[in-house]
Design a protein around this ligand. Structure first.
Ligand code: SF4
Length: 308
């Protein structure tokens, strides 16, 4: 399957078979709670950055929800019955998250320069058969003018808002292809952001990547012993905020390993081009996968019978 441009999600998914089904239009077209909540939360965070942290967060959530509902309708995706029934609870959860996000981050982001949200990004790789073009959008790009995130004054930071059940491990992030591609885009590709957001800009910088784990903003719900931000074991009680290390997960790339990122991207692009889409089932991913009803299975149940 030769694609004019490869979107990051097509190569960086944990299961390439999912990419195949998406490209074939074989998805159930439903927006589940996890998807809907993540989209609304991401859009709401974007609005906070674009229009100021002092807005009424309930209004921000409502605006974000309206935007996402329109976007889903344009993509012909229906909200599941569960989302319809629990919509108000989901939006209240997003508002709580926004309040915590503002409380923990507003003072830091006020000391950074906002370069853009939902930033279009491009990167290309030459191969013996031509050029492979990659495209994506980066959730948030800032210049840490005052070095408040700890990587020196003026560091370029690329951040991604995530609402996932599980927090990422550093072992996972060190190999995460989405983030690796974002790093390459910021260093060797082009971003449409900064003061002239209509122009493609060649930053050419080593960015630090951050996974912002939104569920990590929630306070502890019971007494827990965990490592604090000083790396010491500490007992937290119900209502305590989790340490910053449970919210911000960063990846600092080693430029000496860039050839490995390129090789991995090329290999995946080649697999797509040659219609190689291996199954990579996972206990959680398969349950929530929007291609599950179309995906190969080896048991006696009929394809599409998602209750078995
Ligand atoms: S159902 Fe599982 S194996 Fe099939 S595409 Fe989805 S994640 Fe991959």
């Amino acid at each position: 399957m030769r694609l004019a441009e490869i979107h990051s999600s097509e190569l960086t998914t944990d299961c390439l078979r999912k990419t195949y089904h998406r490209l074939m239009g074989e998805v159930n077209g439903e927006a589940t709670t996890a998807l809907y909540r993540g989209l609304v939360a991401g859009r709401a965070c974007e609005l906070l950055h674009q229009e100021g942290f002092d807005q009424d967060t309930s209004n921000v959530t409502v605006s974000a929800a309206a935007f996402i509902q329109k976007q889903l309708a344009e993509e012909n995706r229906m909200l599941t019955q569960s989302v319809e029934e629990n919509r108000l609870d989901i939006l209240a959860e997003v508002t709580d998250c926004l309040n915590l996000y503002r409380d923990r981050f507003a003072h830091l982001f006020h000391q950074c320069e906002l370069l853009g949200t939902e930033v279009p990004a491009r990167y290309s790789l030459s191969t013996e058969d031509g050029e492979i073009k990659f495209a994506s959008h980066l959730d948030l790009v800032v210049r840490d003018t005052n070095g408040v995130f700890g990587y020196g004054k003026g560091k370029l930071l690329v951040m991604d808002w995530k609402w996932r059940q599980q927090s990422p491990s550093h072992q996972y992030l060190a190999r995460n292809m989405q983030f690796a591609l974002y790093y390459m885009m910021a260093k060797w590709g082009y971003l449409k952001c900064g003061p002239k957001a209509f122009e493609w800009m060649d930053y050419g910088e080593d960015a630090v990547l951050f996974w912002i784990h939104l569920p990590g903003l929630k306070p502890y719900t019971r007494r827990t012993t965990a490592f604090n931000d000083q790396g010491e074991e500490q007992e937290f009680v119900k209502g305590d905020l989790r340490p910053m290390r449970s919210v911000l997960y960063r990846v600092e790339y080693d430029s000496a390993q860039e050839h490995l990122i390129k090789a991995e991207l090329k290999m995946r692009a080649k697999m797509v081009e040659n219609d190689v889409f291996p199954l990579n089932p996972d206990p959680v991913s398969c349950r929530i996968c929007d291609a599950e009803a179309f995906c190969t299975r080896f048991d006696t149940a009929t394809i599409g019978d998602s209750n078995q």
